[in-house]
Every structure is written in structure tokens, then in C-alpha cells.
Design a binder for this molecule. Structure first.
Ligand code: MD3
Ligand code: FE
Length: 190
């Protein structure tokens, strides 16, 4: 956990880079195999992007529109290089956009080929109440507030812990010029 890793100027620059990613590869609202829409809107940068639709969830080479994912912005890649030295190069950068009422249910990240590689997450915009549990389902959980500019590295034993976003705390940030939150997660997917 690297609280306040990015200063305001670095956050603003990264949001500009992410707006360009979103312009090239628009946010989509994923649905589950059963057709249930997630509340978080998503897109990706990098060689592969995470997609969920009626056919299931997986990493794909292209945005659902058919365009290639844009490259991972250098500003984002620089965070990985600084906080995950020695890890393989990330090939996937998931951009999650949370409207003020969006949530993410408890889940594990285990769609990647090498679970020994870390996940790096960057928070931008409004604060979020993040919940982290255990590798096994159930048991005690801890709640942590993620603030704009915070960076979290999940590696080793923590890599497979269940986690989710309970709540976006309204009115806690002005970075985005609108209510809500962006979370960027870098992964080695393949
Ligand atoms: C703990 N995103 O995209 S980031 C996800 O804020 C995801 O959008 C959340 O969970 C978000 O899969 C949380 C922090 C995070 C990322 C990966 C983890 C925490 C993690 C992997 C293992 C354990
Ligand atoms: Fe996750």
C-alpha cells in the first residue's frame, strides 16, 4: 500500500491519459453470462483487455467494437516499474469507472496465467471503501479507504484474497470534474 503515491499534478496528467484511452476504447458496461449488468463501466489498454459478456469473462485481444486496445499510458506503466520491480511487464491495464452508486462485489482475481505476478491498482477521484477478505470464501474482512493517488500492490499470499468495493464516498474528490472514481489495475494476464 502506497498512500498518496501520486501527487495532484501526476493524478491530473494520468486522468488526461486515461481520457484518451477511453476515447479510443469506450467504456462498456459488462454483463455476466446470465445477462446481469455490472454497475462498473470498464475498458482496457495494453495487449489484452478483460471482457465480460453473455459468452463469459476472459481476456481478449480487442475491444468489443473490434478495435485494438490502446497502449498502456507511460504514466501508468511508470507506476508499475516503481512499485513492482522485478515483476514481468504488464500486458493489461483495466480501467474501471465507478459512478457514485457503483459497487464491485467480493471476488478473486484469478483469470491471469501466472498468479505469481502481482496486481497494481491506482485510485483516482472520489474515495472508495475497499473490503478485503481471505483466500477462502467467508471469514473476517477488513475495510480500507482508498483515496485519490493511492497505489496498492497485491502480490504473494495477498494476490488471491477476496476483495471488493462497498461504496464510493460522494463529494470527497474534485479530480474528475464530476462525481465518481476511476481505478486502474495493471496485470500480467498472459
Ligand atoms: C486485492 N478492482 O478490477 S483495486 C478489479 O477498485 C478490482 O476497482 C477494485 O478488484 C477497484 O479486479 C479494487 C485493488 C485490488 C486489485 C487487485 C487485487 C485489490 C486486490 C487482487 C488481489 C487482492
Ligand atoms: Fe479484483
Amino acid at each position: 500500500m502506497w498512500p498518496g503515491y501520486l501527487d495532484r499534478a501526476a493524478q491530473e496528467a494520468m486522468v488526461g491519459d486515461l481520457r484518451a484511452v477511453i476515447a479510443a476504447a469506450p467504456l462498456v458496461r459488462p454483463v455476466t453470462r446470465r445477462g446481469q449488468a455490472l454497475s462498473v463501466r470498464m475498458t482496457s489498454a495494453g495487449e489484452v483487455g478483460w471482457v465480460s459478456d453473455r459468452r463469459g469473462y476472459r481476456y481478449e485481444d480487442r475491444h468489443p467494437s473490434g478495435v485494438a486496445w490502446p497502449p498502456i499510458p507511460a504514466s501508468v506503466r511508470a507506476v508499475w516499474d516503481a512499485v513492482a520491480p522485478g515483476a514481468a511487464a504488464p500486458d493489461s491495464c483495466l480501467v474501471n469507472w465507478y459512478a457514485p452508486d457503483a459497487r464491485m462485489g467480493m471476488h478473486q482475481d484469478r483469470d491471469e496465467a501466472d498468479l505469481g505476478q502481482p496486481v497494481v491498482s491506482i485510485s483516482l477521484g472520489d474515495d472508495a471503501r475497499f473490503r478485503i477478505g481471505n483466500v477462502e470464501r467467508g471469514g473476517p474482512t477488513q475495510s480500507v479507504v482508498l483515496r485519490s493517488g493511492d497505489v496498492v500492490v497485491m502480490g504473494g499470499a495477498a494476490r488471491l484474497r477476496h476483495h471488493g468495493i462497498d461504496l464510493i464516498v460522494p463529494g470527497t474528490g474534485d479530480l474528475l470534474g464530476a462525481p465518481g472514481r476511476i481505478n486502474v489495475t495493471l496485470r500480467v494476464a498472459r
